[in-house]
Design a protein around this ligand. Structure first.
Ligand SMILES: Nc1ncnc2c1ncn2[C@@H]1O[C@H](COP(=O)(O)OP(=O)(O)O)[C@@H](O)[C@H]1O
Ligand SMILES: O=C(O)[C@@H](O)C(=O)COP(=O)(O)O
Length: 419
């Protein structure tokens, strides 16, 4: 099975989101954790999951290039750089600098940028990113603990992160379909633009954008814009029709949720779970000590673990409490403390027999998956759009890595009916 699409994701939840999109559209896909060292698995698409979204710019570039090199030497015909559907980044990066470095490595001069994901209410109109009816900077993302998004104009946001210039393929063009989009991108590239933000408000738009980008060396975006890519490989006779590629080993055993996302969606899911399952909300501000928090949580879990419903352990807190901890410790140290505590909790839960684990939050998932020593994830069926169950090798447990913003209010309960 020749490798067709090589993907680099800037966080772990984003990687499973993308892998799930590709599986759903007929590509046999494997998610590998970190820059691969040995031989790559057989697959139509490989998604390398990095924890580079909030890493120092230089590290994010170095890891992304190392991943690209591995994927290219395994034969990848196109590279996909996956970032968040809410374009999570800072003025320093890392979306612009990583995309710049990948373009250079690929000897290409132009890439599209499209984080739209209509199934999860992310749409782009006139270059502005909306979450449902709200502009990005009024969606709650302006309060993100690590990557607060205070500007919805993606042309402006990306321009701040690159020395290249950024153009727009507007809705009126996108709505005309693949040929018009291809022509508009060619004009922008010939006019010296390095990037084009591409508007999209529907899956039909995303399919057309994917088709228009069939010949691009690099595509950048959310998982949505990947939905049109398998058809390009199929049209060239490179991708056979595949039977259901989303089957996992049978699941059983104790259930748990560990949450470090402070998004509105995750706070709502914790609120819902309180009425249906044991929920422990850690007082991080009161005990800013990772080992002590983890010990408290694991002591609480004793006797509460069950195979028919989950327990929920959350550090998640509303913006005022996050701000208070950050004022005390600094932004990065606060995030690192909580990630350390929650990965210790996850490790302790698995040692106590948890076999089905939901982790809420991208950075949080990165910390947990790394602590559990997971090297590969096999992708199963979706619980809600963008969040599949996965099977973790070599740990042998089922994991669902939930993007902070994804999932319905009942996600933490519903997940365990779907595995
Ligand atoms: N109570 C808290 N105070 C400060 N930071 C927190 C708290 N709870 C969680 N965090 C940190 O907030 C960040 C949330 O990021 P992440 O896990 O990526 O969630 P999301 O998917 O919503 O972006 C993590 O670094 C996490 O450790
Ligand atoms: O594109 C998305 O929104 C997700 O796939 C994603 O990247 C998740 O990031 P977090 O919200 O930090 O989990």
């Amino acid at each position: 099975m020749p490798l067709l699409l090589g993907c680099i994701a800037d966080d772990f939840t984003g990687a499973t989101d993308l892998a799930s999109m590709l599986v759903r559209n007929g590509m046999a896909t494997v998610q590998v954790i970190g820059v691969p060292t040995g031989p790559l698995p057989e697959a139509d698409a490989i998604v390398v999951a990095l924890k580079s979204r909030t890493a120092p710019v230089r590290d994010a570039i170095a890891e992304s290039l190392a991943a690209a090199d591995e994927l290219l030497s395994a034969g990848a015909k196109q590279i996909f750089f996956k970032y968040c559907s809410t374009f999570d980044s800072t003025d320093e990066g890392n979306i612009g600098p990583v995309a710049d470095a990948l373009l250079k490595r690929l000897g290409a001069g132009f890439a599209l940028a499209c984080p739209a994901f209509p199934a999860n209410n992310r749409s782009i109109y006139q270059g502005h990113l909306f979450v449902g009816a709200h502009l990005l900077n009024e969606s709650g993302m302006e309060n993100h603990p690590l990557t607060p998004m205070k500007d919805a104009n993606l042309v402006r946001v990306l321009s701040r992160q690159t020395e290249g210039s950024v153009g727009l393929v507007p809705f009126a063009v996108v709505d005309q379909g693949a040929t018009a989009i291809r022509q508009a991108m060619t004009r922008l590239a010939e006019g010296g633009r390095r990037y084009a933000i591409v508007d999209a408000t529907s899956d039909q738009h995303l399919m057309a954008i994917g088709e228009a980008a069939a010949s691009h060396a690099l595509i950048t975006g959310g998982s949505g814009v990947a939905m049109g890519l398998p058809a390009n490989f199929r049209a060239k006779g490179l991708l056979p029709e595949r039977a259901d590629a989303a089957n996992l080993p049978a699941a059983g055993g104790l259930c748990a949720v560990v949450a470090g996302s402070c998004s509105r969606a995750t706070l709502g899911q914790i609120g819902f779970a309180r009425d249906h399952a044991p929920v422990l909300e850690l007082d991080v501000l009161g005990t800013p000590d990772a080992a002590a928090l983890a010990a408290q949580a694991l002591a609480w879990a004793e006797g509460r673990l069950d195979a028919t419903r989950p327990i929920v352990i959350a550090a998640s807190a509303p913006p005022e409490q996050v701000a208070a901890l950050q004022a005390k410790l600094g932004r990065d140290a606060a995030g690192a403390l909580v990630e350390h505590a929650l990965s210790t909790v996850a490790e302790g839960l698995v040692a106590r027999g948890v076999k089905r684990l939901v982790v809420a939050g991208g950075e949080t998932s990165g910390a947990v998956v790394s602590r559990l020593g997971v090297t590969r994830l096999r992708i199963g069926h979706e619980i809600d759009p963008g969040v599949p169950w996965t099977f973790a090798d070599p740990t042998g447990i089922h994991l669902a890595l939930k993007s902070g913003n994804f999932g319905g209010r009942d996600f933490f309960l519903k997940a365990f009916d779907h595995v």
